[in-house]
Design a protein around this ligand. Structure first.
Ligand code: ZN
Length: 107
């Protein structure tokens, strides 16, 4: 995957109260529902993306993090949702394990 360079912050110290960037996508179930039109041939599963805080933007294979607002696209075989999110947005509070209001999917 590649960083779309839409990142909304630089990794400098930020005010945690401004996160998550996209509060209505705090719920993993809500994120999962955005993937109804996810390309079936994409090498990363929608369940894994949703679990990693990402939701589908509805075109190509572009996803965004509910917390940091970081966007990722161009998923390749071998990529993992957590791996790419961590690689490009290592300062994301969700990635870092902060409580940003994520609501895990309850099966
Ligand atoms: Zn993030």
């Amino acid at each position: 995957a590649e960083d779309m360079e839409y990142r909304l912050r630089t990794g400098a110290v930020v005010d945690e109260t401004t996160y998550p960037i996209v509060p209505h996508m705090r719920s993993e179930e809500a994120r999962l529902e955005t993937f109804f039109s996810w390309p079936p041939a994409a090498p990363v599963r929608s369940q894994d993306l949703a679990q990693a805080g990402l939701y589908y933007l509805g075109y190509d294979d572009q996803v965004q993090c509910f917390c940091c607002g970081g966007m990722l696209c161009g998923w390749e075989a071998g990529d993992t949702a957590w791996g790419e999110h961590t690689k490009y947005y290592p300062n994301c509070f969700f990635i870092l394990g902060h409580d940003v209001g994520n609501v895990p999917f309850q099966g």
